[in-house]
Design a protein around this ligand. Structure first.
Ligand code: RTP
Ligand code: MG
Length: 148
């Protein structure tokens, strides 16, 4: 089953949005298979956002993501990578549709509440970076056949 890496960024943690964000993915029917509150070491932040190394905002991005704890998660389900990105909304909250996480809660492009893997390759890479010591659980929900 497809997996993705999602993370409530430091602004979302400070604003008490962890529960709201987890609830959205739970209610959608996706399955939480890993989660932890953690501080990101600078080296991990630089590696995670390595694709943006040459961008002018790279320093600010690393400073922000290491500025306070984040809530790192692995979610599972069919098409979870693309669907989670839709549920997050556009990168810049000013362009994010109402009803999306960034549309409802985001303030600026730098403080946009949530991160989500943008492709299967990113998901595999990011799960490997953030959960390299384990913590991803395989389990079945026995409730019914309508959710993952
Ligand atoms: P993310 O990686 O955090 O999930 O966001 P994303 O895929 O929607 O956007 P991406 O292009 O990967 O950019 C990563 C993060 O960099 C910040 N950013 N700042 N100042 C700027 O113009 C600018 N552009 C991007 C955003 O916080 C974005 O989430
Ligand atoms: Mg990205």
């Amino acid at each position: 089953m497809e997996k993705t890496f999602l993370m409530v960024k430091p602004d979302g943690v400070q604003r008490n949005l962890i529960g709201e964000i987890v609830a959205r993915f739970e209610k959608k029917g996706f399955q939480l298979v890993g989660a932890k509150l953690m501080s990101i070491p600078t080296e991990l932040a630089e590696e995670h956002y390595g694709e943006h190394k040459e961008r002018p905002f790279f320093g600010e991005l690393v400073d922000f993501i290491t500025s306070g704890p984040v809530f790192a998660m692995v979610w599972q389900g069919e098409n979870v990578i693309a669907t989670a990105r839709q549920m997050m909304g556009s990168t810049n909250p000013k362009d994010a549709a109402p009803g999306t996480i960034r549309g409802d809660f985001g303030l600026t492009v730098g403080k946009n509440v949530i991160h989500g893997s943008d492709s299967p390759a990113s998901a595999e890479r990011e799960i490997g970076l953030f959960f390299k010591d384990g913590g991803v659980v395989e389990y079945s929900k026995l409730v019914n056949e309508w959710i993952y």
